[in-house]
Design a protein around this ligand. Structure first.
Ligand SMILES: Nc1ncnc2c1ncn2[C@@H]1O[C@H](COP(=O)(O)OP(=O)(O)OP(=O)(O)O)[C@@H](O)[C@H]1O
Ligand SMILES: [Mg+2]
Length: 296
């Protein structure tokens, strides 16, 4: 049985796609067979492998359309081998149609699950990348996955989005769309620990979430090498091998595979007025005097 992970947060640019790519590569380097699934019409993951999304004839979208029309889950033809031990199901802009096109389809949240169940035996780990919006595509990812890894930046806005996502996950579990769903852990990405802003946002995030979920010990630093690698259509393992920038991903991969920080949603009960309290907390932080000194 493959380990099925979805990476999500309803906030743009927090590093979801970068984490999918580099975590996938770190796991594949251990000899495990990895399938990456792009569930984002932006096609950034697909592009990152040097592929042209709009030229892709077979994508996750075409597989979903075929499933809806014929009830046949034929996803194999959309699978491309992109690196050693790594396959990809690409996406392109046409996936934007999914929301409206599948609106009246029965069990529309389980399309991904029904597509992938037949290829699951071919992989050890499957990782889904999603778009920054809580809607049909993300719900498909959440209905399919065993666990969700939440990537966030050390900023108040990301804390707000994470809180919203937690409430959403609780609903997914409660209504039975996926009552086995777990949270792999919360991952800080693009962090510069020298800045007071990042440090205080991390502290706030811990205050808010520690009683419900775990943060990974690994913190991905803000570093130009990550965007540079993407521009070169490479992972960090190709672009800067054997550096602290790869090491943090290797350690993250080990923690994810071991389920070190995993918590089941069943075991999480959000306190009454959870989201409102967080909104209030964020307003207080924002009202604090901006600190000019000590910033890196
Ligand atoms: N650790 C990092 N340090 C610096 N830049 C980073 C880091 N991780 C990712 N980035 C850069 O930040 C930008 C956003 O990252 P990415 O595309 O992975 O975010 P995303 O959450 O997938 O965005 P979207 O919500 O639009 O899908 C990209 O340019 C990426 O190269
Ligand atoms: Mg992305």
């Amino acid at each position: 049985m493959a380990q099925k992970i979805v990476i999500a947060l309803p906030k743009g640019g927090v590093g979801k796609t970068t984490v999918v790519r580099n975590l996938g590569e770190a796991i594949a380097a251990q000899g495990k067979r990895v399938l990456l699934i792009e569930m984002d019409p932006q096609g950034n993951l697909t592009q990152g492998f040097g592929l042209r999304p709009r030229r892709m004839q077979h994508t996750i979208y075409t597989a979903m359309v075929e499933l809806v029309k014929t009830f046949k889950p034929a996803v194999e033809k959309a699978i491309i081998t992109v690196a050693d031990n790594i396959d990809l199901i690409p996406a392109n802009v046409l996936l934007n149609r999914a929301n409206d096109e599948f609106a009246s389809v029965m069990k529309k949240e389980t399309l991904l699950q029904r597509l992938l169940q037949f290829v699951e035996k071919d992989y050890d780990v499957m990782i889904g990348d999603t778009l920054p919006y809580l809607g049909l595509l993300v719900n498909n990812g959440l209905a399919w996955a065993d666990e969700i890894l939440i990537t966030l930046q050390a900023e108040a806005d990301a804390v707000e989005s994470t809180a919203l996502l937690l409430e959403h996950l609780k609903q997914i579990e409660t209504i039975g769309l996926n009552d086995q769903l777990a949270i792999s852990g919360l991952l800080f990405n693009q962090v510069d620990v020298r800045t007071r802003l990042n440090r205080s946002a991390m502290e706030f995030a811990h205050q808010v979430f520690d009683s419900y979920v775990h943060f990974f010990d690994q913190i991905i630093p803000r570093a130009i090498v990550y965007p540079e690698a993407r521009t070169q259509h490479q992972s960090i393992f190709q672009y800067r091998p054997n550096t602290r920038f790869t090491q943090v991903y290797e350690e993250l991969a080990a923690a994810v595979l071991a389920g070190e920080k995993r918590s089941s949603l069943k075991g999480i009960t959000l306190e009454e007025g959870f989201l409102d309290k967080i909104f209030e907390g964020i307003e207080e932080i924002e009202e604090e005097e901006p600190v000019a000194s000590g910033e890196a």
